[in-house]
Unconditional design. Sequence first.
Length: 394
Amino acid sequence: MRNFTYYTPTKIYFGDDAEMHVGEDLKKRGATKVLIHYGSERIRKNGLFDRVACQLDEQGIAYVALGGVQPNPTIQFARQGIELCRREGVDFLLAIGGGSVLDSTKAIRLGLSLNIDPWEAITKGISPDNPVPMGSILTMAAAGSEMSNSCVLTDEERHLKRGCNFDGNRPTVAFMNPALTATTPAYQTAAGITDIMMHSMERYLTNEPATPLTDAVCLGILCTVKEQGALLMKDLTNVELRGEIMWASSISHNNLTELGRAKRTFTAHRIEHDISGVHDVTHGAGLAVVFPAWCLAEAPYGVERFYSLMHELWDAPEADTESEMLESVKAGVENMRAYYRSIGMPTHMSELGVDPSEYEYISGLTTNGGTLEAPSFRGKLTQQDIIDIYRLAE
């Protein structure tokens, strides 16, 4: 096991009425004016916004609201949020929503904390030492942003989707009531299940010897999400199942499932980001297409590790020799694809609206016109290698 530093500063309120701790918690933290950042007006219609606002009023905490965050949130909208916060003297950021709202809030946080454009912070890797405090009320389980160190934004003018990983991106506090996710539509629920699994699968797949304890934690999360996710898709209002998936989303992406291993590459994520940057694809849906194809392309360069995952999680047959393991991996990938199809996810590039004529353009975004290479089991993936992965997903 490699040396590691593990940092998880986020305080979690989990369970029934968790969001009812917002007022008392923010008061103790000294908040005087809060930005309530959210997506659709659904939180006003269902009363969640009012429940939060009343708590802030009772504690004498002022607030200003900014709604309208879209899936694949944009840097352009985050800049509007920064201007609003500076004008209003905001000293606490509260995201109400799913991963897109949290990413937008994190970008606002970068801009306020560093006093620079957040796109510069993301693309240049500039991290804040003392970030503005931030909380979240989760209404969708998927990205794990409520505990993660990641922030992903889209520059829609240039069709670029980029992310950064700083400890300064981790929220200060998260309020997690599974009942608030019970109205998430089936497609978005399935995309969330997919995204949660990808966060641990990409961490599991590193080209080095096994780490038994971390591997067991990783597989435990994955097996739970696979089983409970399938049950949830048949009973979307089941709050108990929603709770299992919600907590899995947090611990699958708070770095727990990579401890003691080499730093994860998240290459399949990188490849998918530019597909969704161009086509505004739901992230989990894009990963359901890209990740199995990436596995097929990479397995020959790390066959034992891929075989381990496919055998333990995706019911791939037992194998002894390298050639048998490769065949087993292929069978596991097909089982994975079948599972994602069973919960309503796409598994082919055409289902994402991507035409083969776009392959060179989109892969060029990932590789900066062929000048950059993505991390890989074989060393580095070139632009042509990424195009070949697209073709394995056709």
